[in-house]
Design a binder for this molecule. Structure first.
Ligand code: WT7
Length: 660
């Protein structure tokens, strides 16, 4: 394990106090501290109290935390519930049937509103259609869809019948999709003919066809296709079905399948430090609790709010803060199909203005790219729009640099909206370290304090707690309800990735962190493993390396590292040894492009390396281990001040440094 404490410029000036927010869910630091104390005094009791407050149980649980099989923790295990019931029926029963659940804005600006009653009816019709095709409790369904009402309905319909969904981001390649279908053993794929993003039509169904043609997807019996664009697509009548034909005529009632709290609601694949993505398995009860609880406390969500998370349902943010958390609270939320820069870079601001958005949650990389765009074009600057409806802003996915924070605070939030910089992970299910808007004084660049009940700490390699001011490894000392339960089909990998013995039972997040001695605030210093964060998208260096070396005609060897990038946070930098002589000039550029397209085809466009450098070989120790530490320095354009005496071939560094 390597700890890199990057020079994070978390601002040293005094924290910004919270605005006076009457009736905030957590109002003031005293309220925050009393929740923390409650959790410390009776950990299982604290979470059980909240689980009864936020979740409606078909039958109540008798045990909160069960740690008898640690690290395979269980929460509320003998309680029975249905997640879709909690998100939909419950709202109708509370009299919110006519309240708008989703305000869907399509890529072309067309708006569709759907209330809770209608969302419930559509979910039931699809749930019945899934059952009619033989999908039942415990089956896996892969959802390969763009942002749409239908995508959310598909997730809810799976939850309703107890099928475990696995949403695959629409930007992943056929190969990546195939790997996920195969690993999950899915019986069905739900997709769309095409997706529309930034005025362009992009294939989805054709990629599903390609994935299945690659082989290994024999478990898939049916492919359900949502007609989004109506373009011609290839059709295999033995397997392909139109979603509208399947759901038309289905009854709009469907008795929820009551499941135990530990029943797997979904699997979501994410990158780890080896080549194979991990199927992160989440529960039903504990997950839903934290989704609802954090949506309410972190965003101080109230009944008349209009919430908008710009995430995609292909990522965990789109699960917790679109498909589940806001619906479990009966909130109104905006769902967006398109991209922030189409038809121009004022799209987000215009949508906030048009829909009177009050809580806005987005990624630092989007903010940075919109800052850039607005510098070049006054027309798309947020000050050209009426953003007075905004109350609270949030960021997620990567550290937000103080300059972007200040811009977001001033120009989008009008200097009056707290920004919640939420630290969490696919594995954590929901927020872990975050300000609470009515309580926490803000420091740009810091995600501040643990959510009440989350036992975050900074330790060294032996698991010993470090004093504040000293950078180390971020861990969570106690299990929490929405944590990953296992890696699908690979419990040993779960144990070794997250509960290494030397940490004595703490959860290893994979990030470095440092706490401020004066405030106790956390600043995340970045991953300590071979995981990159590019535009908030998580990528394993090994995944990209295996994609490169699988281009066996060209590539002999490859090593991938990250380097800081102004817009995307980190950029992918690949060092490649070809099977032919080291190219230069036009030839090098042309081969680099070929390799980028190869990686896009193997994994997806988000994995394309920004820099590709060719060398005669790679820096290696005498025992043949690639010295990534040195490659990181070369990628950053730093001089090689480090010790290179253990290198087999020190001259290679010079060559790689010049091969840009
Ligand atoms: C990794 C998790 C959380 C949902 C989206 C990403 C980084 C996430 C922050 C933040 C600093 C952050 C970490 C983490 N990260 N949020 N507020 N400040 N870093 O989920 O794809 O599982 O990635 O994103 O490195 O480990 P993910």
């Amino acid at each position: 394990m390597e700890i890199i404490v990057s020079a994070n410029e978390a601002r040293k000036s005094s924290p910004i106090p919270p605005p006076d927010m009457k009736g905030a869910h957590v109002a003031g630091m005293e309220a925050y501290r009393s929740l923390v104390a409650e959790a410390e005094a009776d950990y299982s009791g604290y979470w059980s109290r909240l689980a009864r407050q936020f979740v409606s149980w078909k039958s109540d649980f008798t045990v909160g935390l069960d740690d008898s099989q640690a690290p395979f923790f269980k929460w509320f295990a003998d309680g029975m519930l249905n997640v879709s019931y909690n998100c939909l029926d419950r709202q109708v029963e509370r009299g919110l049937g006519g309240k708008t659940a989703l305000v869907f804005e399509a890529d072309d600006g067309q708006v569709t509103r759907i209330d809770y009653r209608e969302l419930l009816a559509r979910t039931c019709r699809l749930a019945n259609a899934l059952k009619a095709r033989g999908v039942s409790k415990g089956d896996r369904v892969v959802i390969y869809m763009s942002m749409s009402i239908e995508g959310i309905v598909a997730m809810q319909a799976c939850a309703r019948i107890g099928a475990t969904h696995s949403v695959v981001f629409g930007g992943f390649s056929a190969q990546s999709l195939r790997d996920r279908i195969q690993d999950a053993g899915a019986v069905m794929v739900v997709t769309a003919d095409e997706q529309l993003r930034g005025g362009k039509r992009l294939p989805l169904k054709a990629i599903v066809d390609e994935a299945i043609a690659l082989g290994g997807c024999e478990t898939v019996r049916d492919v359900l296709v949502y007609r989004r664009t109506g373009s011609d697509i290839a059709w295999d009548a033995s397997r392909d079905r139109w979603l509208h034909e399947e759901t038309d005529g289905q009854p709009q009632n469907c008795e929820p399948e009551w499941v135990g709290a530990e029943h797997p609601l979904f699997i979501l694949y994410t990158s780890g430090s080896t080549g194979k993505p991990k199927g992160v398995q989440h529960s039903s009860g504990g997950y839903l609790l934290h989704a609802a609880l954090t949506t309410q406390w972190t965003f101080d969500l109230r009944p008349d709010d209009v919430f908008w998370s710009t995430a995609d349902i292909g990522w965990i943010t789109g699960h917790t803060y679109i498909a589940y958390g806001p619906l479990a609270l009966g909130a109104t939320q905006v769902v967006f199909e398109g991209v922030p820069t189409y038809p121009d870079a004022g799209r987000f601001w215009k949508m906030i203005q048009d829909h009177r958005v009050t809580v806005f949650y987005t990624a630092p990389t989007a903010i940075r790219s919109l800052i850039k765009a607005s510098e070049g074009n006054e027309q798309v600057h947020p000050q050209r729009y009426d953003l007075a409806s905004l109350r609270i802003l949030g960021t997620v996915g990567e550290p937000i640099n103080p300059a972007a924070w200040e811009w977001f605070h001033r120009h989008v939030g009008g200097g009056r909206c707290p920004i919640v910089d939420t630290f969490w992970q696919t594995e954590t299910g929901g927020h872990m370290i975050t300000p609470l808007p009515g309580a926490t004084p803000l420091v740009p660049g810091s995600c501040t304090l643990p959510f009440p009940g989350i036992a975050a700490a900074v330790v060294d390699e032996t698991g010993a707690e470090l004093p504040d001011g000293q950078g180390g490894i971020l861990v969570v000392r106690k299990p929490w309800p929405s944590m990953i339960r296992t890696i699908w089909g690979d419990p040993e990998r779960f144990r070794s990735s997250y509960y290494p013995p030397e940490l004595g039972g703490s959860y290893l997040a994979g990030d470095g962190a440092i706490r401020d001695p004066a405030t106790g605030y956390f600043t995340i210093t970045g991953r300590i493993d071979d995981v990159l964060n590019v535009s908030g998208h998580r990528m394993g260096t090994m995944e990209i390396e295996s994609a490169l070396v699988s281009c066996t005609d060209l590539v002999a060897e490859a090593a991938v590292v990250g380097r800081p990038d102004e817009t995307t946070g980190e950029a992918i930098c690949a060092f490649v040894v070809l099977k032919r002589a080291r190219p230069s000039g036009d030839e090098a550029r042309q081969i680099a492009n070929e390799l980028r397209n190869w990686v896009a085809k193997e994994i997806g466009p988000i994995a394309k390396p920004k820099d590709i450098r060719f060398g005669d070989n790679l820096p290696k120790t005498r025992s043949g281990k690639i010295m990534r530490r040195l490659l990181r320095s070369v990628a950053r354009g730093e001089g090689i001040a480090q010790d290179t005496s253990t290198l087999e071939n020190p001259a290679i560094l010079e060559q790689l440094a010049q091969s840009n």
